[in-house]
Ligand binder design. Structure first.
Ligand code: ADP
Ligand code: MG
Length: 243
């Protein structure tokens, strides 16, 4: 993907969450956003996904500007698969229906076709035997893999992940991270916010380090982790890599 942010800003109640951000990433299959809590990572991801509106500036993905009007944003969101921390499945629906219902209702797909796509994706993630369980009957890792399958069901142009493992214990997290790595290997374009530095380092083609609503450092994955140039990046990495 190619991502270009030009003077992007977003405020909440007068407080800047993103403060005049300009950056261009020429070519990266997987882009990882890291930074302290409150630095604006989720806000940036939501703007890229068309889930929030900009206060100023422009965002371009692969040369196409993210729209600002309601109808355009709706179209944009349909091209993007998003997976958040946890608990974003419909609790009253089975795993299968969590995939088929949005395909039928939001994307106007015929029931049989939706069922084919959903079945194939659940099989891909070894979830066939859980298709008729509700989220409460699944493990945390299984739930997140259903959420990933659902995000993929629309064959999105980009996939966005916001701390997809932060509510999971390590073993469950590993199974979700393996799944994300598999998507990258299959050639999906991903933007991932994560606190899992070993994972970030493993998958990132490009890393952006944010602090206080600004981009402090933007560099190829290995370069940023091995020789961070800004002292704030160094401090952050030293802290999160200590334990
Ligand atoms: P991160 O994901 O890096 O932890 P966020 O993007 O969630 O950071 O938040 C950036 C800043 O914007 C924080 O100060 C946060 O409190 C604020 N913020 C984010 N979303 C909202 C919101 N919906 N309403 C008010 N303030 C928000
Ligand atoms: Mg966040």
């Amino acid at each position: 993907m190619r991502l270009k942010l030009d003077r992007v800003s977003k405020r909440f109640g007068g407080q800047p969450a993103l403060d005049d951000i300009t950056v261009e990433i020429q070519s990266a299959r997987s882009l990882v956003l890291i930074g302290p809590s409150g630095s604006g990572k989720s806000t940036l991801l939501r703007l890229i996904g068309g889930l929030e509106t900009l206060d100023g500036g422009t965002i371009e993905m692969d040369g196409e500007r993210v729209p600002v009007d309601a109808a355009g944003l709706l179209q944009h969101r349909r091209k993007i698969g998003t997976v958040f921390q946890a608990f974003n499945l419909f609790p009253h629906l089975t795993a299968l229906a969590n995939l088929t219902l949005p395909l039928e209702k939001a994307h106007g797909m015929e029931r049989a076709k939706a069922a084919d796509i959903a079945g194939a994706l659940l099989a891909k993630f070894r979830l066939e035997s859980h298709a008729h369980k509700k989220p409460s009957e699944l493990s945390g890792g299984q739930r997140q893999r259903v959420a990933i399958a659902r995000a993929l069901s629309i064959n999105p142009r980009f996939m966005l992940f916001d701390e997809p493992t932060s509510a999971l214990d390590p073993e469950m997290a590993a199974e979700v991270l393996d799944t994300i790595e598999q998507l990258r290997a299959e050639g999906r374009d991903l933007i991932v916010v994560t606190h899992q530095m070993a994972f970030a380092r493993r998958i990132a083609d490009w890393v952006v380090f944010m602090a206080e609503g600004r981009i402090v450092e933007s560099a190829p994955g290995a370069a940023l982790f091995d020789c961070p140039t800004d002292p704030r990046t160094r401090d952050f990495l030293a802290k999160v890599l200590k334990y």
